[in-house]
Design a protein around this ligand. Structure first.
Ligand code: GNR
Ligand code: NI
Length: 171
């Protein structure tokens, strides 16, 4: 297993659109294992392949308290969203130290492949529903700050650019 580097907003690579996985083979399993390790180490409740500069439709999620219930979603699709909406305070490993409210459908039904390449469906609500939508946005090249006002987005961009510069200076 290996830790992967997580891209930081406003990196343009976060806006690439991920391609579907053709076959769930050893290569894909290795990516999933490395993504899980990276998510747990962070720690985060989810990670999309886009965030580690792999532009394929792969997502890992663990919303359990003990962080021992890994969920893997390959080629995930939202096949139903509830008309009812809910607002959550979201964060993102690609937007460190920034949190804000985003409104999304409260429940979603998702179809995906598991690690055996077998199709499954899941009805999600609560944090799992939020996280699935947040991760699937990443696969489309969308970061949650894009739901916020231009003013907030510009502030976050500038803060993170400044920080990236300072980190380079320390090397
Ligand atoms: O760790 C994470 N926490 C989180 C909290 C609220 C809504 C979404 C998330 S996902 C985030 C990890 C991440 O950046 N996934 O892309
Ligand atoms: Ni994120």
């Amino acid at each position: 297993m290996a830790l992967l580097n997580v891209l930081c907003y406003p990196d343009p690579r976060l806006h690439k659109v991920a391609k579907p996985v053709g076959q769930v083979d050893a290569r894909v399993k290795k990516i999933v294992a490395d993504m899980a390790e990276t998510m747990y180490e962070a720690p985060g409740v989810g990670l999309a392949a886009t965030q580690v500069d792999i532009h394929e439709r792969i997502v890992v999620i663990d919303v359990s308290d003990e962080q021992n219930e890994l969920r893997v979603f390959i080629n995930p699709e939202i096949i139903w969203s509830s008309p009812e909406k809910k607002s959550w305070r979201e964060g993102c490993l690609s937007v460190p130290d920034f949190y804000d409210e985003v409104e999304r459908p409260a429940q979603v039904k998702v179809r995906a492949l598991d690690l055996d390449g077998k199709e499954f469906e899941i009805d999600a609500d609560g944090l799992l529903a939020v996280c699935l939508q947040h991760e699937m946005d990443h696969l489309q090249g969308k970061v949650f700050v894009e739901y916020l006002s231009m003013l907030k987005r510009t502030r976050v961009s500038q803060k993170l650019k400044k920080r990236a510069k300072e980190l380079l200076g320390e090397r």
